[in-house]
Design a protein around this ligand. Structure first.
Ligand code: ADP
Length: 575
């Protein structure tokens, strides 16, 4: 850039000087010859007097030539007659000189009165200018006066002119170099910094502020700085928006994975890895991430090629997870595709639980109803003795009670599940609640000779509704009696442990095998269906316990050893 600048400046200055010079030289020549011509004319006017004045012609001519030499005019004078014969000459002997009749200026002067010519002199060999004039002498003869001057001086002038030109060109070059240096400083350097800053911007870096003098370059630098500032602000805004979007995507409960038009991964949120399993950071395409990713990759391939959207359910056997994948093309122009992966395991389980529940309720209701209808049919079908009739009625009554208990438990469960959160949960006396439950269950315990032992601090209070706390304690204690052995013990104790009220219901009964312990809180789950039914159980008691405890932010657990006994531990947070 700088070199080009120097070259352009030098070429234009030298070319300008040369052009000026080429025009100046002919002009100078013209001016010089005009000047000489005027001088010759002036000398001829002077010389006219020679012929008209008295005296020897040769002497007068020599005298005038002398005068002119003194004035440094170096003009030669010649007087000729009408035949071209030299009569007198200021610088040579006229008698030795040849006839001048053929000289163009002499011919013209004789014919027209005056003549001029420029040519190489046969006498001196240099370029001469000649001017001739016809006059009439005092004697009445035709005479020609000729003045001539050497044009050799013009060579000197030309030489000086060329010298001046050369010096001018040299000076011009020096000036060009100096001014180009300064101009480069003012133009090239700011341009260079602009170029550097633009390059830095193109490479993705932050450009430096470009300095510029208060001229056009300065304006350009200012405009560049403003543009760089705007770009930086826009870039920052874009980065902020991207961060926010990435934050939103990463924070989503659903996983998002996007691929470009060639199927390469462009985005994969953490949630995708949580749902489908880890994917190595080096993986470029989905199938490289592992077996769970293959189907998602195929769905994305399909929508990339065909457009539209697809939805599918994937059962991830090893993780026991069910995910729903929704894949769609990002846009026709982009050609990439996006998949949203949602974990529907819980949803599916809930759906399953609901349909199981409906099936269970139907079954639980149907059994006693079938029994009741059957016995009614039997009673209607014929005469029975009083004993049989009474036993039939008793069975019908038991089944009706079972139905009653079932519907009561179902209603309780539903009421707890739909209970609105209480703004002010009352405190209930645990000793009083457990005492009431023990009173209700007393006859049953007594019938099976089970010893009831209560260790409840009298002032211990639980933040739970009295009615619900009663339901909870009654269910646990009832199970402790139902599944106890004849003559066993039921211990109910409570204490404050680490800011929680901990209630333990311990029995010395049949116990619960380990594989069932996790499931006994499910609705209608029973370890031994026949035994539970026989004992009047509905399979809902522990489910109700779990729901009540959950309602007040507590938890319930079980520890049991088959044949030894079971301990249920309930924790209620204090306060
Ligand atoms: P149920 O009405 O059948 O008693 P629950 O929900 O109260 O229903 O209990 C579920 C199952 O858990 C019972 O059927 C029984 O198998 C088992 N179970 C509950 N409490 C005890 C216990 N104290 N000892 C042994 N097994 C128990």
């Amino acid at each position: 850039m700088r070199k080009r600048f120097f070259r352009a400046a030098t070429v234009s200055i030298v070319a300008g000087l040369l052009i000026a010079f080429v025009f100046a030289v002919p002009l100078m020549q013209q001016v010089y010859t005009d000047e000489m011509r005027e001088r010759l004319d002036a000398v001829l006017v002077l010389a006219e007097e020679i012929e008209t004045s008295d005296g020897e012609l040769q002497e007068k001519v020599a005298h005038l030539g002398e005068r002119l030499r003194e004035e440094d005019s170096s003009i030669r004078l010649t007087v000729l007659d009408a035949q071209g014969t030299v009569l007198a000459d200021s610088e040579a002997d006229a008698e030795n000189m040849e006839s001048h009749a053929a000289r163009p200026e002499v011919e013209a002067a004789i014919e027209t009165g005056s003549g001029q010519d420029i040519r190489k002199s046969a006498t001196t060999g240099s370029r001469q200018m000649y001017a001739a004039r016809r006059i009439i002498s005092a004697e009445g003869d035709v005479r020609v006066i000729r003045a001539s001057v050497s044009l050799g001086g013009i060579r000197e002038v030309e030489g000086t002119l060329w010298l001046c030109g050369g010096v001018g060109i040299f000076m011009g070059l020096v000036v060009a170099l100096i001014s180009a240096h300064y101009a480069a400083g003012r133009v090239v350097e700011p341009l260079q910094s602009l170029t550097d800053a633009a390059r830095a911007m193109a490479d993705g870096g932050a450009p430096d502020i470009v300095e510029g003098a208060p001229d056009e370059m300065g304006e350009l630098a200012g405009a560049f700085n403003r543009m760089a500032g705007r770009l930086a602000a826009a870039h920052e805004e874009l980065a902020g928006t991207n961060d926010r979007l990435a934050g939103i995507l990463q924070g989503m409960d659903d996983g998002v994975v996007a691929v470009d038009a060639g199927g390469g991964i462009v985005l994969m949120t953490h949630r995708v890895r949580e749902l489908l399993g880890d994917c190595p950071a080096t993986a470029k395409r989905l199938p490289e991430c592992g077996s769970n990713y293959i189907s998602v990759g195929e769905m994305l391939d399909r929508v990339r090629r065909q457009g539209g959207s697809v939805r599918d359910i994937l059962y991830l056997a090893r993780e026991e997870r069910i995910v729903q994948v929704y894949a769609a093309r990002v846009s026709d122009a982009d050609g990439g595709a996006l998949a949203v992966i949602s974990d529907i395991t819980r949803l599916r389980k809930l759906e399953q639980m609901r349909s199981d529940f409906v099936a269970n309720v139907t079954h639980e209701l149907k059994t006693p109803l079938t029994s009741i209808r059957g016995y009614i049919e039997l009673l209607k079908s014929g005469e029975r003795d009083a004993e049989t009739t009474r036993s039939f009625y008793e069975i019908i009554e038991i089944e009706a009670e079972r139905l009653q208990k079932l519907t009561d438990d179902l209603l309780q469960l539903s009421e707890i599940e739909h209970a609105a959160p209480e703004s002010e949960v009352p405190l209930s006396s645990l000793a009083e609640t457990v005492g009431r439950a023990a009173e209700t269950l007393g006859p049953e315990a007594e019938a099976r000779h089970i010893g009831l032992r209560l260790f409840i601090p009298p002032d211990l209070q639980v933040r739970a509704h009295p009615r619900r706390l009663y339901q909870l304690m009654k269910n646990l204690m009832e199970n402790g009696i139902k599944y106890n052995r004849e003559g066993g013990i039921l211990n109910v104790s409570a204490a404050v442990e680490r800011s929680a009220v901990v209630i333990r219901v311990h029995d010395t009964g049949i116990g619960i095998p380990p594989e069932h312990q996790d499931r006994i809180f499910e609705r209608f789950y029973r370890v031994d269906k026949g035994r539970s039914r026989e004992l009047g159980g509905t399979g809902l008691g522990l489910s109700i316990v779990k729901h009540i405890v959950g309602l007040y932010g507590g938890d319930v657990g079980v520890a049991s050893e088959p044949g030894v006994g079971t301990t249920f531990t309930v924790r209620f947070p204090m306060g």
